[in-house]
Ligand binder design. Sequence first.
Ligand code: CO8
Length: 260
Amino acid sequence: MSMEHVTFEKRNSIGILTINRPKAFNALNSDVLRELCEASDMIEADADVRVLVVTGAGKAFVAGADIAEMSELSAQEAKEFCMKGQAALSRLEGLEIPVIAAINGYALGGGCELALCCDIRLASEKAKMGQPETGLGITPGFGGTQRLPRVIGVPYAMQLILTGAQIDAQEAKRIGLVNEVYPAEKLMDKTLEMANRIVENAPVAIRQAKAAIRQRTGRRLSQELEYEADAFASCFNTNDQKMAMRAFVNKEKRDEFKGE
Ligand code: CO8
């Protein structure tokens, strides 16, 4: 498959999808989101792929949605970008086969949200996770306000989203955000080992088990994502959002937030 920012390879029945835009720490811009959708279509059409691994090229898993692309958006444009991201991630989440996130480094904002769309999250000791959006004047917008509380419960989801704190892999495991933590150099081998275990089990049973569990976590999700998109978009009417994102893009320290 030749795509610019996403690569795909197959090892026996295991597909490995790598977000490959290392110069921006694999930040999700519109092109990456479109390619993610195309990759999901292709994987779904390939009956040989029985488990999918999602990972990032270089130092990061995914450092978020692309702040440079978001910085100057109007509220309406922000809602459109948000819904595009939500759709791409929901597409991945909706694959019938199990999806394992191999979190090799930063998984922040949209990157943490991408990991939340996967069925199992495995992390390198070097992983750093969090939802830093409120420090940028926005809310999570790729499903984080809905999937994070489903995964780690409301209290820790509140803590992570309201503080914007970055947590390390051990802390992520302690609160249930990742299933397992491995030394960085072992992450891929351990991930493939788990994927192989799954591949040994009966394919129909695996698909049905995933679908049955997803019944529980997917309930009402689409309505809730619409609420999130509106909440997210409304932040783009504020000066705080413009100021904070411009500061990131210009590599400056941001001013204090004014609440407007
Ligand atoms: N967007 C765009 N570019 C990014 C991003 C990003 N999220 N993260 C990193 N980069 C770029 C940097 O600009 C830099 O580029 P360049 O080399 O051209 O200057 C390169 O990646 C490397 O980054 P740093 O130089 O900053 O590397 P450090 O090792 O000093 O720091 C960090 C690494 C801590 C990951 C730092 O880059 C950082 O804080 N990044 C931003 C993290 C963040 O806030 N992510 C959340 C973004 S908001 C979001 O994801 C909202 C999701 C919902 C969106 C809804 C859609 C509208």
